[in-house]
Design a protein around this ligand. Sequence first.
Ligand code: NAP
Ligand code: ZN
Ligand code: ZN
Length: 349
Amino acid sequence: MITSIGYAAKSAKAALEPFSFERREPGEHDVLITIDYCGVCHSDIHQARDEWGGGTFPMVPGHEIVGRVERVGTKVNKFKVGDKVGVGCMVDSCRHCQPCERSLEQYCENTASWTYNGMLQDKKNPTFGGYANNIVVNQDFVLRIPDNLDLAAAAPLLCAGITTYSPLRQWQIKPGQKVGIVGLGGLGHMAVKLAHAMGAHTVVLTHSPNKREDALRLGANEILISTDADAMLSHQGSFDFLLSTISAPYDINAYLNLLNLDGTMVFVGVPENPFTLQAFSMIGKRRRLAGSLIGGIAETQEMLDFCGKHNITADIEMINIDKINEAYERMLKSDVRYRFVIDMKSLKP
Ligand code: NAP
Ligand code: ZN
Ligand code: ZN
């Protein structure tokens, strides 16, 4: 076994604290990765606090992992020692169900192995995430980070990047469309950069008026303050597409009313409570509402290559790992510009 050190929540809602644990020896197809940086996703908070239920503790969160290959198994042919690599929200899946065969491993019918708070495919051994010094992953779930991208700023691409790229691609966002990105946090700011790079007329919808300048700098054409009723009214029925990244409970009808005929709203944010949906928000303009979960492995590599080509990374605030609990509190106050990334050099044995 390999000894790992990291930070864990020992129980639901407990603060994160230093934790030592074991990972499997790398098998024939496995890669041992030394983790340099790990992004902090709002899903880490939801799960460490067991807001979605069914969490397994102790929990080592973290699924925006970047680092370097330290060791490879005898049958590994995609990576070599020293490669710059990443690991996102999954470390394995069944490989044989229909979604897996279509490289939609996130929708695996036999449950993907989530990077943490999940089970390996043996359905016996729990997974531990990237707030740690190393990780062992089957090479098929390891991603290649383009050389031109700063490694720390690329970490958030592994979840925030793919989670916003996938729906923008699925709904074929293109120049000339009016696209709204709802919530300017970790996911939202990546969505703005990606939608802008895809040529859409990009509008940021935020409940934080002080993010106006940032939104424009990140690539938004317009900004709409969601608490300004008149401004919201003036945009009614005008959007082709909306992507909501809001992490807290909100009135989804207020956003649906912004869509034009046949417009689509996709939510990726996962508030703790159910939505209340008014039928009239949907029927008048034949609107559509959909959800989306991260992206498959092939699409994640496609997104990374797209980001390499367009020189897109996250705007990050680097933290030492002992500041993780403070970072969570700041994220809950929408006070993050725009993704915390843990510098794993700060992790001490
Ligand atoms: P984040 O950085 O904390 O950003 C969330 C943003 O939501 C905030 O910055 C804020 O934007 C907005 N917001 C927060 N509270 C709000 C409120 N009460 N009313 C209106 N807006 C509010 O979080 P994140 O890491 O981007 O994650 C966002 C959500 O996506 C989380 O629920 C996370 O679990 C989920 N997620 C889903 C997937 C998936 O596959 N579907 C993947 C990753 C994450 P403004 O200040 O601009 O209003
Ligand atoms: Zn995430
Ligand atoms: Zn499967």
